[in-house]
Design a binder for this molecule. Sequence first.
Ligand code: NDP
Ligand code: HSE
Length: 442
Amino acid sequence: MTKPVRIGIIGLGTVGSGVVRLLVESADHIQRHAGCPIVVAKAVVKDVAKVRSVSVPIDTLSSDIRNISGDPTISVAVLLVGGLEPARSMMVELLQNGKDVVTANKALLAEHGPELFALARTQGRSIAFEAAVAGGIPIVAAISECLAANRIESIRGILNGTSNFILTRMEEDGSSYADALKLAQSKGFAEADPSMDVDGTDATQKLAILSHLAFGVWVPWAEIPRMGIDGLDVDLLHYAGELGYRIRLVAVASRGSAGLTMRVAPALVKIGTPLAETRGAYNAVSIVGDAVGRMFFHGLGAGQMPTASAVVADIIDTVVGRAAITFRTTGVLCDPDANADRIQNMDAHQRHFLRIRASDRPGVLAKITGILGDFRISIASMIQHDAIEQGASIAPDAGVPLVIMTHACSSSDVAKAIEAIDGSDVVRGRSVCLSVLDERAE
Ligand code: NDP
Ligand code: HSE
């Protein structure tokens, strides 16, 4: 029998447990693809005494990374610890000790990718990271290998499963934001610090990684304009629904003559279009390549087994030597200075969805529409429900929601108009302004 390849796993949480389960339960199938058995020789966790959903022989388990980095019989290390530290130090130690690394940690790559990839190259090792973006969807391989003949023009997608799960629960069964987030956490979709999911950080980090693969430009993720779903509420989703739209957290990167435009923000997408029909923890990525045209990828973007599927595929690729070739030939994240066509905050010309809490008194509507008119913003449709008729008890000065869909207009004009409206005496609280991604633009 072919000699087994011994691997080490650091982290046996949601993803790590799924990887062990897959390696054990699908051992024969995986062996056929890898050409040899793959065995978990050692595992490292934080708390050795913790009760786990997978059983790992006690003598293989420790809390000391050196049990893997210092073991010459282990060639592949699978790093499934989240966050920056100690994950970064662990990756450095593994590479310096000659291990090829597989990881799902996008925060680490988005923050320290250039230095870690450079170290791997110096050491003659590879880093495989399919699971770091869009969970089970093979989007990293698609961009860096399968679409290699294309000049990529744009990427648009839903890259955070937790946010999408929360929006879907709020929209489909009226769950509160807090309850939906708790459920996402219990299902293992959320990051250890879930604010990274809901404030758009996680999707932005994934967009930075994909954009580097697609455009060869390294944009520090923190420079990408970002807004999360944490300021949304059920009413907003219902109003969008009344107008025929759903709200999704959409990541966009596109290359134009002025450079690269990137952003992550909630946006309205027309019901029936692929992004609007992406529900629950599913992710979706639409890519336009100059030769292939538009491609659409859809699949589970978070969760134990979909993510384990991507990690195990990377382990197999590493064992058979494919990861080393891809890593060497694609030059991923090796040139932090490759930022020639830096990010541009282009003024987008599109429709906008506004929710303004207006005072319920004469002349208010005229004042708001007047301000919009001053900024050349034309109204396509408007909703204002009669709160009393609907039985709602509105506090005397809380303001009544006025929802406006504009015709296509400049996003910077809308921002200025909203600032003027919010600064006037006819509104209560801050208005919400979201862009509308019309179908022809998808
Ligand atoms: P979990 O929090 O479930 O698991 C983290 C694991 O890391 C735990 O087993 C923990 O040990 C271990 N760990 C933490 N600190 C240390 C340490 N100092 N030394 C050794 N081990 C340590 O995270 P997930 O499995 O959900 O995520 C892992 C990575 O995968 C993250 O980078 C995440 O962003 C990424 N990812 C997650 C997805 C998901 O759906 N969950 C999807 C795609 C990517 P112990 O068990 O003892 O506490
Ligand atoms: N927390 C991440 C998400 C996990 O919800 O998408 C997958 O990267």
